[in-house]
Design a protein around this ligand. Structure first.
Ligand code: SF4
Ligand code: ZN
Ligand code: ZN
Length: 315
């Protein structure tokens, strides 16, 4: 198998693009695709202060690596969820990355804030771990970003994540969820702009980029991801992709090109009313935001207002 561009031995075959590439041309191909996404959707520019959500996994570290290499002003942010073994191992990968590539990474430690990890919180408040995790991650990153002067929050969601989300929405006929732009969510009062520059790269392409660059990342998935429906949708899409390469990319592109078709008749109250939490002042659609409601059950409101930054440190 030879590289289509230079004839050297190919390192990777991209059936969805009908090409095989050597290491150098593959890395260049990935970086060009990310640049194209950043430019086409005006995600950010060189004067932006970008906060990158990192988990220690391949996608987020690849994103941090690409943006740093392109000369953007980037800082990583990691949330230690207090999951035995997994959380400390993934924080360790972030620390290795931070030192090797000279990129600052900040950490919010859930256990030092709440006294317990995400699993114990979910038991106490009777919600599943992933829903608690989502509330905490969204809140903490948004608040840290805004209060520290960042202008964009970037996440490492890849094409497999986006296509499986779209498939799940279609299968459940929850198509209103597809009416928004999935790649950029503009900023609004008390909400940082959110972007996903890897949306058009498959998980395999991102993994290839991370491995060929020698980036050390955590291979294990979060233990709570096992059995998640999104994993079933990803497997189903991979089966289709195997038979018909390029399906994932075509499906996701069609979804975002046609998002107007999915407009709902009834608007989301969060978008309509833009209410602010009476405790912390951040966006909510009730009197108090979900983060403050969790904190209220486990701690006291005062800690969210006054001691929030005590639990954030730089690696
Ligand atoms: Fe959070 Fe783990 Fe669930 Fe992902 S799988 S949302 S990291 S608890
Ligand atoms: Zn080549
Ligand atoms: Zn609040």
């Amino acid at each position: 198998m030879k590289c289509k561009l230079c004839g050297e031995v190919a390192q990777i075959e991209l059936r969805n693009h009908n090409i095989s590439l050597c290491k150098g041309h593959f890395l260049e191909f990935i970086e060009k695709r990310v640049t194209k996404t950043i430019e086409k959707y005006s995600l950010f520019n060189i004067i932006d202060k970008i906060l990158v959500a990192v988990s220690g996994g391949k996608d987020s570290l690849a994103l941090l690596h690409i943006l740093k290499k392109m000369g953007f002003n980037v800082t990583g942010f990691y949330i230690n969820l207090g999951i035995p073994v997994y959380s400390d191992a993934s924080q360790e990968k972030c620390m290795i990355f931070s030192k090797k590539y000279d990129v600052p990474i900040y950490v919010f430690d859930l256990k030092s804030f709440f006294g317990i990890g995400v699993f114990e919180i979910s038991k106490k408040i009777r919600r599943n771990s992933c829903s608690v995790c989502g509330i905490i991650k969204r809140y903490v990153m948004n608040r840290f970003g805004l209060e520290e002067g960042y202008t964009v929050l970037a996440t490492g969601h890849n094409l497999d994540d986006e296509a499986s989300f779209a498939l799940g929405s279609v299968l459940n006929f929850d198509i209103q969820r597809l009416d928004k732009d999935r790649i950029i969510l503009p900023s609004k009062d008390k909400a940082l702009k959110k972007v996903k520059p890897l949306s058009f790269l498959t998980e395999k392409e991102v993994a290839g980029y991370t491995i060929l660059n020698g980036i050390d990342y955590i291979y294990d998935e979060c233990p709570y991801s096992k059995g998640a429906t999104s994993m079933v949708y990803k497997r189903a899409l991979n089966l289709i992709e195997e038979r018909s390469p390029g399906t994932k990319l075509r499906f996701f592109k069609k979804i975002i090109e046609n998002k107007e078709l999915f407009k709902k008749s009834q608007e989301n109250p969060l978008e309509e009313e833009n209410q602010f939490c009476i405790n912390c002042g951040y966006l909510t659609y009730r009197e108090k935001c979900n983060f403050c409601l969790i904190a209220e059950k486990l701690l006291c409101d005062n800690k969210v207002r006054c001691n929030f930054f005590d639990n954030i440190f730089q690696l």
